[in-house]
Design a protein around this ligand. Structure first.
Ligand SMILES: Nc1ncnc2c1ncn2[C@@H]1O[C@H](COP(=O)(O)OP(=O)(O)OP(=O)(O)O)[C@@H](O)[C@H]1O
Ligand SMILES: [Mg+2]
Length: 292
């Protein structure tokens, strides 16, 4: 068993819970290229979204293939969250389609959407754990009324998921006892409770220091490998995104500036991509403190 798991499993008292910085900084695991010859899992076609008469997104087209880690980047206000809300069917486009498993989820009624949402997991920005519930109850929240699973099965699944995110044995802890990185891990476990095919991560490294951010990035890769789930990540964090995503979509000027692999992003001549990736921008572009 890896040393980090022992540390967490053996803790007996809340005050012994180690902070994330005692966890080893993992290298982000390498993996084989994703097979993009078959059917995509998610296809976005000619999507346009206006809010209050203002065009927020237009001509958005991309595919996400099964098993892929797909990143969405862009400066503040570029429409990342707006796009994410369309992908998880919390919002509908004014034009275009969001096709998941050959079904246009932009056109489904609420009952069908609830069925589709069961195949999707969402890991919210700032973790969004229920503070009054234990870690275990947070993780099992989506199956609390599910009679197809016994209580023992639910407990076993919670334990397995917590072990996967290196939080084994923390079922009875309260969120307030956990560090930001640990809360993030619990929220990832919670997003996986329904065995989703597609997991969305909204700003997974926000509020974390660089060491924790790197650990969470490594964890997202590990979870994707362990579960086979496809991941869509929205993030400002250029370095971590380039480290874990198979492909990245860069939003700029209401539409797609480039969709490419991390290497294609690094070597792009498109000014906005160069500014974003190489930190040549004024700092408000990236939020990064780059020397001038
Ligand atoms: N409900 C809304 N009402 C009015 N304008 C909105 C609404 N939601 C988003 N917008 C506008 O759409 C644009 C894109 O917003 P969005 O939140 O998607 O950007 P973002 O890329 O997620 O930004 P950030 O990185 O700061 O989170 C912004 O100009 C925002 O003001
Ligand atoms: Mg946003």
């Amino acid at each position: 068993m890896p040393e980090t798991e022992n540390v967490l499993t053996e803790q007996a008292q809340p005050e012994e819970i180690p902070d994330d910085d005692t966890l080893a900084v993992r290298e982000i695991p390498r993996r084989d290229p994703v097979d993009r010859t078959g059917e995509p899992l998610l296809s976005i076609r000619d999507v346009r979204r206006e809010i209050d008469g203002e065009i927020i997104l237009t001509d958005i087209n991309f595919d996400v293939w099964p098993g892929e880690i797909f990143g969405i980047m862009g400066m503040s206000g570029s429409g990342k969250t707006t796009l994410l809300r369309l992908l998880i069917a919390l919002d509908r486009p004014d034009e275009g389609s969001v096709i998941f498993h050959n079904e246009d989820i932009a056109r489904l009624d609420e009952d069908d959407l609830n069925r589709v949402r069961k195949s999707m997991g969402m890991c919210f920005q700032y973790s969004a754990l229920f503070d009054s519930m234990t870690v275990g109850d947070n993780v099992s929240f989506s199956v609390r009324n599910d009679r197809s699973m016994s209580d023992d099965e639910k407990r076993e699944k919670v334990a397995d998921l917590l072990a996967m995110v290196e939080m084994a044995g923390t079922e009875h802890r309260m969120p307030a006892e956990l560090s930001g990185g640990m809360r993030k891990r619990v929220s990832i476990a919670r997003a996986l409770m329904d065995d989703p095919e597609l997991v969305f991560y909204d700003e997974p490294s926000s509020g974390l220091d660089p060491v924790m951010s790197c650990n969470i990035s490594g964890l997202i890769r590990k979870v994707s490998a362990d579960t086979g789930a496809t991941a869509v990540i929205v993030s400002h964090d250029v370095d971590n995104m380039l480290g874990i995503a198979d492909r990245i979509l860069m939003l700029h000027d209401r539409t797609t500036a480039l969709i490419g692999t991390p290497d294609e992003m690094r070597s792009s001549d498109i000014p906005i991509i160069r500014r974003f990736v190489h930190g040549l921008a004024s700092d408000q572009m990236t939020g990064r403190c780059s020397p001038r």
